[in-house]
Design a protein around this ligand. Structure first.
Ligand code: HEC
Length: 316
């Protein structure tokens, strides 16, 4: 896409976010977060690596990535999680009184209208659009070129329900999430991500119905550094596919069926820094065994917020 077409696209998207936002963050949204979320998401407690007590914190997101997509409430976990059934383990707030319907609607409307944090605030949320036109240094031009090529691919993936974003606002690196896409077993078509090539850094498959058959094409996505498979039916066999991802640094296997034996299949992933295994059948012996094989690796065994072994067979 040339710069002119991109500028045109830019202004189209811009029109989608009215500047006279009807919902006022300080007056209408902040008090809700303060009352119902701060106790776990402020400077004292940072649950899920997420702070909600400042615009910067909200924009930085949590350990699962961004939580706010301006204009897209249904892609914003900041909103979605407050609408889950109260007995869902991911429902927010995790304790205390939940958001009333009017509060939910307000939060939704605020995000829909562009999630402004006040007069003059400009979001960085569309880095693919708000690219580096103005900057002339060669580095940013190079990034923009990659971005231009990737734009169509990204649009196609988005059209098929996937959440695609840039990593740390770097317009040449992408993360893709299937978590809120409605895909059944056999419908993941991970190969559709292959055109992103080396630019694909993060892949989130948490809470999906992904199967080993779907995972078998992971080897084509070797650029991935962060993979979230938490709360899926993933088991030891799945790790045969994961073990081919030589650039992997962070792997979330929390609340899956993985055991010590499966974990050891990862021993050749020398880049691996963190593996989360809360709520799996992995023991501290198994965790240490893998840590000894990979320098600098930490296998995190913490406690799950789900009941132990929920939804998996107790034998072994
Ligand atoms: C009693 C504690 C508690 C309260 C209150 C709470 N949360 Fe959370 N929140 C958590 C925990 C614990 C996690 C991490 C869960 C996990 O890792 O699966 C979390 C994670 C999240 C995440 C996902 C972060 C990520 O990137 O993985 C979002 C979004 C979130 N909370 C939003 C909210 C909102 C919005 C409110 C207020 C309406 C709220 N939370 C109130 C405990 C709380």
């Amino acid at each position: 896409m040339n710069a002119q077409a991109c500028l045109c696209f830019c202004s189209l998207v811009w029109l989608g976010f009215p500047s006279n936002a009807a919902v006022d963050f300080d007056r209408q949204i902040k008090p809700i977060l303060e009352e119902k979320c701060y106790r776990c998401h402020d400077d004292e407690k940072v649950k899920g690596d997420l702070r909600l007590d400042s615009p910067e914190g909200i924009l930085a997101g949590g350990k699962g990535g961004i939580v706010l997509v301006p204009g897209e409430p249904n892609e914003s976990s900041l909103f979605i999680l407050t609408t889950y059934p109260k007995d869902d383990p991911d429902y927010m707030p995790q304790k205390g009184e939940g958001l009333s319907k009017p509060e939910q609607n307000l939060l939704k409307a605020w995000i829909e209208k562009g999630a402004s944090f006040g007069e003059g605030f400009v979001h960085d949320q569309n880095p693919r659009v708000r690219s580096k036109f103005a900057e002339a240094d060669p580095d940013s031009v190079r990034k923009y070129m990659i971005m231009g090529d990737a734009l169509e691919i990204v649009e196609n993936l988005r059209a098929s329900d996937l959440l695609v974003d840039t990593v740390n606002h770097d317009s040449s690196l992408f993360e893709v999430s299937y978590t809120h896409a409605d895909r059944g077993p056999g419908e993941f078509e991970l190969t559709s991500l292959a055109p992103l090539k080396e630019s694909l850094k993060k892949l989130t498959l948490a809470r999906t119905r992904i199967t080993n058959e779907d995972l078998s094409s992971l080897s084509e996505l070797a650029s991935i550094e962060y993979l979230d498979l938490s709360r899926t039916e993933v088991d030891d066999h799945s790790l045969d596919f994961v073990s081919q991802m030589v650039n992997l640094r962070t792997l979330n296997l929390r609340d899956t069926k993985v055991t010590d034996e499966g974990l050891l299949k990862l021993a050749n992933l020398k880049q691996l820094e963190r593996v989360y295994v809360w709520g799996t059948l992995v023991t501290s012996t198994g965790a240490t065994r893998l840590e000894k094989r990979i320098e600098g690796l930490a296998v995190k065994l913490g406690t799950s917020i789900l009941p132990p072994n929920r939804g998996r067979s107790p034998q072994r």
